[in-house]
Design a protein. Sequence first.
Length: 396
Amino acid sequence: MNEDISVVDAAQLTAWAYGRTASADEADRAHRAALELARRAEHASSGATAQASGATRTAPLHTTPRHAASEPSDAEHSGIEHSGTEPFEDEDEPEAGIGFRGRVAIGAGVAVLLVGAVIASQALLAPRPSTASSLAIFDRAETADERALIGLFERAGERVSLGPRELGDVGFGTIVAYRSIVNSSGVQEPTLDLVCVAVAEFTQRTQNTTISNPTCVARAMFEQRGLTTTLYGIGGQYDVEWGPQGSAELDVLISESQRLVMEPGYLAIFFDRPASELDQRYIAEQLLFDSAGLTVNEFRTLMPVQTFFEANPVETIDVGPDTEWLTVYTGAAVGSTTSMACLAIVVEGEQLENQCRPTDEMASQALTLEFTRENRTIRATWSSQGEVSAFTSDPG
């Protein structure tokens, strides 16, 4: 730049020294403006000292100018389209800290107050913008967890040239980044150079990790504007803001149905076991209302009680209308807001034995039902993870 800093007024110098810088030229101008302000402050201090000999004077407080990372240029940059890529939107610089819906922002802004004209002139030297690229994350060694994800990307049909690397955990997902590079034969520059993000989610019910919604932008575009997108996974809607410099900013929105899929808890029995025609009858016709006094929401018949006394139950048990069933169900009394979870023995729409507990307590304690048939005691347990087990004790 060719501005003559010495003839610029103080207001403009302050704006240049403390404002945002979007290029190396602007950073240089900010540096020179800060030096000029310091020179003028020192000159004014010297003049005041000459006029008031023997007087004690403290230089004014100064704040070290804080310059943000270089902002995107207004020039258009051609990108390589890839499935799931979201459009970019210019936004204000996010504030550091934790905000609405678990937003995680990593950053720092330090303001240093300096007293004294000599050290003030050094403090006002404007720092040049950081040139550290976010892509430096691929320079570090991979972790065991990151290495284990490579096979999942391959099965999803994604080309991973560098990575994946974890950007952060939020909700039920881990946001990961990777590079996808293709070099054509005889061409020095890559014909395809993409920066990509995706979400990896571990589902407790299936005990599987899945890769969802890979989204990419051209590296040239990433280096100018970063990557801003929303990833749609099994367990949430993940917002990702990853700039050319610095760490990624992550956010998640989880619906109640998504939470149940990812952490079904005691309700896993209803997800894992499809309702039979008999189960549907108990719900549709409310067959237990007279004997249990509850309106049933979910209901599953698990096994005939006679199963516990037969060597080959599949071959010998004849299921009929008078069959006693070990069952699980949820429901509530009419007019009550307390939902109950129950283990019960039922036959022909009538409840014979049962144990119930408020569903709010099922996450911390298993539900157990003991009953006796043919001089044997059967102990059935409904765990907080949704598993139902039963054991028979020999007659004593």
